[in-house]
Design a protein around this ligand. Structure first.
Ligand code: KIV
Length: 276
């Protein structure tokens, strides 16, 4: 259970409708991935708005080559750990590979992530017609949905690697159409990963729902990073669009707080944090 430090900032819980209100007020949303209760408590104390239990845990926690092997049981477990560390930060959980392949499977998986795990919203990758059907089925049962477009890591084999998406005119037009489609289907939030900054900016201005960028430039309504990347502890090379916020700071909490401040002030991402 979350134990509030004496010097913790007091704030109201971040809610799903609150995210749209933040977009309307042009307040940037600071989001990070999180996988356990101790990191969650640091994010809570640092004022991070949204914690995402991403299936990136397959890569950064489990050391797998992709996110595909992550199971629903593992996601439910990590979501329940993170929930214990949070009080006001909104908790989103990824639907793992193939756990949203049809509306019935997605509803059953979302039920576990929310009822057992404690998530307030589920995230799923893709914007095709069938994905929109799944989003509509979840939304109609009051399951808040975060869509995820651009570089969708569960499609790594089809994409041929972790590469920027939406670079050609056709690909950009497809992304714009998918962004409208997921919002129309009922998504409450949209992650845009590794897409050109100008395209992400256009989509952000076009949609009524907030966009959260990762490697998608500064014009999104918020930003997300993999927490291990922004603490400099992911083995191997850090993605070019990320930044080591622990460098020069004394604690993980200070690094999270600096990230939130930089996102809110529009200082992160800067021109040097571009997707490759
Ligand atoms: O799995 C994850 O951590 C994600 C973020 C990178 C957006 O989907």
């Amino acid at each position: 259970m979350y134990v509030e430090p004496a010097d913790a900032p007091k704030r109201k819980p971040v809610t799903v409708p609150g995210l749209r209100a933040m977009k309307a007020r042009r307040e940037k949303i600071a989001m990070l991935t999180c996988y356990d209760a101790s990191f969650a408590a640091q994010m809570e104390a640092a004022g991070i708005d949204v914690a995402l239990v991403g299936d990136s845990l397959g890569m950064v926690v489990q050391g797998q080559a992709s996110t595909l092997p992550v199971t629903l049981d593992q996601m439910v477990y990590h979501v329940s750990l993170v929930a214990r560390g949070l009080a006001t930060t909104l908790l989103i959980a990824d639907l793992p590979f193939m756990q949203f392949r049809d509306p019935a499977t997605a509803l059953a998986a979302a039920m576990r992530l929310m009822a057992e795990g404690g998530a307030a919203m589920v995230k799923l990758e893709g914007g095709s017609d069938w994905t929109c059907e799944v989003i509509a089925a979840l939304a109609s049962r009051d399951v808040p949905v975060c869509a995820h477009l651009g570089l969708t890591p569960q499609s790594v084999h089809k994409l041929g690697g972790y590469r920027m998406q939406g670079k050609t005119e056709d690909a950009a037009a497809r992304l714009r159409a998918e962004a409208r489609a997921v919002a129309h289907a009922g998504a409450e939030l949209l992650v845009l990963e590794s897409v050109p900054a100008a395209l992400a900016g256009d989509i952000t201005r076009d949609l009524p729902i907030p966009t959260i960028g990762i490697g998608a430039g500064a014009d999104c309504d918020g930003q997300v990073l993999v927490s291990y990347d922004m603490l400099g502890i992911t083995p191997g090379r850090r993605p070019k669009f990320s930044k080591d916020f622990l460098e020069g700071r004394g604690s993980v909490r200070e690094a999270f707080a600096a990230y939130a401040e930089d996102v809110r002030a529009g200082r992160f991402p800067g021109p040097e944090q571009i997707a490759a």
